[in-house]
Design a protein around this ligand. Structure first.
Ligand code: FDA
Length: 387
């Protein structure tokens, strides 16, 4: 006789394990299936091994989705404070690093151990590829690891295709389509951008505080030049809003007062632009920018209009990326299973009772800094309470 469960959860990542814990604690018989040999692999490598497990500023406005309101319900019912309570109940020491980002003092392994302890009553089948899923008579049947299991509820928690070498796949989208859910075109997000301009490629390793803007969003953090283009937190953040063909505008003078260069000209007319920029930017970057600006000689000899134009360009340097470094380097996948077909309260498919989708598989993508795990927890709890 094949084993019968109340819920089968596909994917033992953050969202799937959270869902398994909540559902099994409600007395549901839960099976989690994952093709990886170990659970929570992305948790283990996250936050440099310390897992940036939530963000105190996690509010729906900081998530990207075709329906910006979708995340509101789940996120208001399971907040960063709720996850922090769980972390503290498990005796995990934590600290706030910057911008509301909470990390383990010790290791991300503690978060995985906590989720597994919460889901102790669930059966977790690892190293088992899912070879087929069918639905008939109100039951889902899943073929995995040479057997078939069935349940009234099926939860898709297999994430997105970012970092395929870790076993990430687009399987969630295949399943969603099989069961009539739409998929918003997935794309790499929180990802470095590539540039063709050799002048800037020569700056590999140079970092500077900037404000980066794209697609109506702006982030004041560091940008980092790489041998392929641009990275660093400010760029990763805007990459989620950037669309092919558009420019990313970088303000290299985020701290300077308005009309800065003309002020410097009045106060210290004998200095040149390279010297002035070198006081606020790394030398190699100042060299590259000055070469492009074509402003030579002492500031006293440069017309005010030319200085104003140079400053305007420095405050909104337009880079038109050739692309991104793709899923191989993307921290998350934007797009995914369309929220239009899901209940925002339970994550259940509107047209097919018993089918749920949670976590990164769904078209809800957070900012950098603990936001994506908070969505994984909140959506996992929402489904865990409903299955
Ligand atoms: P997740 O991808 O974690 O889990 C999906 C599971 O499904 C995996 O275990 C996978 O093996 C399994 N699976 C996939 N296809 C399958 C198939 N066909 N059959 C069976 N199983 C299958 N976020 C954050 O908030 N703070 C942070 O510090 C970081 N840091 C970070 C670093 C790096 C390097 C990356 C790549 C990502 C982050 N993130 C992050 C993002 C975060 O890791 C991500 O959003 C969550 O792990 C998503 O959780 P899910 O459970 O939805 O998917």
């Amino acid at each position: 006789m094949q084993p019968v469960y109340d819920a089968i959860i596909l994917g033992a990542g953050g969202a799937g394990l959270m869902c398994a814990g909540v559902a099994s604690r409600r007395g549901r018989r839960v099976l989690v299936v994952d093709h990886a040999e170990a659970p929570g692999k992305k948790i283990l490598i996250s936050g440099g091994g310390r897992c940036n497990f939530t963000n105190l500023g996690a509010m729906p406005e900081r998530y990207i989705s075709a329906n910006p309101h979708f995340a509101r319900s789940a996120m208001s019912r399971y907040t960063p404070a709720d996850f922090l309570d769980l972390v503290e109940r498990h005796g995990i020491a934590w600290h706030e690093k910057t911008l509301g980002q909470l990390f383990c003092d010790g290791s991300a392994r503690q978060v995985v151990a906590m989720l597994l302890a919460e889901a102790a009553e669930a059966e977790i089948a690892l190293g088992q590829a899912v070879t087929g899923v069918t639905h008939a008579d109100g039951r889902f049947r899943v073929r995995h690891g040479g057997r078939e299991s069935e349940a009234a509820s099926l939860v898709i928690a297999t994430g997105g295709p970012s970092i395929p070498k870790m076993g990430a796949t687009g399987f969630a989208y295949e399943l969603a389509r099989q069961f009539g859910l739409k998929v918003v075109q997935p794309r790499p997000a929180l990802v470095p951008l590539t540039l063709a301009d050799p002048l800037f490629q020569g700056l590999s390793g140079v970092a500077a505080p900037v404000v980066a803007r794209a697609g109506g969003a702006a982030f004041a953090e560091a940008a980092l030049f790489t041998h392929r283009g641009l990275s660093g937190p400010a760029i990763l953040q805007v990459s989620s809003y950037w669309r092919h063909g558009e420019a990313v505008a970088v303000d290299f003078l985020p701290e300077a007062p308005a009309d800065w260069l003309r002020g410097v000209k009045r106060a210290r007319g004998r200095v040149g632009l390279r010297t002035v920029l070198g006081e606020v930017l790394p030398g190699r970057l100042a060299d590259a920018l000055v070469e492009r600006l074509g402003v030579a000689g002492e500031l006293a000899n440069v017309a005010d209009g030319a200085l104003a134009a140079a400053e305007a360009r420095l405050r909104g340097w337009a880079f038109v990326p050739t692309g991104t470094e793709g899923y191989a380097k993307a921290e998350v996948t934007a797009g995914g299973i369309s929220t239009a077909g899901l209940s925002q309260k339970t994550m259940e498919a509107r047209h097919l009772p018993g089918l749920y989708a949670i976590g990164e598989a769904v078209d809800v993508t957070g900012w950098l800094g603990g936001y994506n795990f908070q969505w994984a927890w909140a959506s996992g709890v929402a489904a865990g309470e409903a299955v």
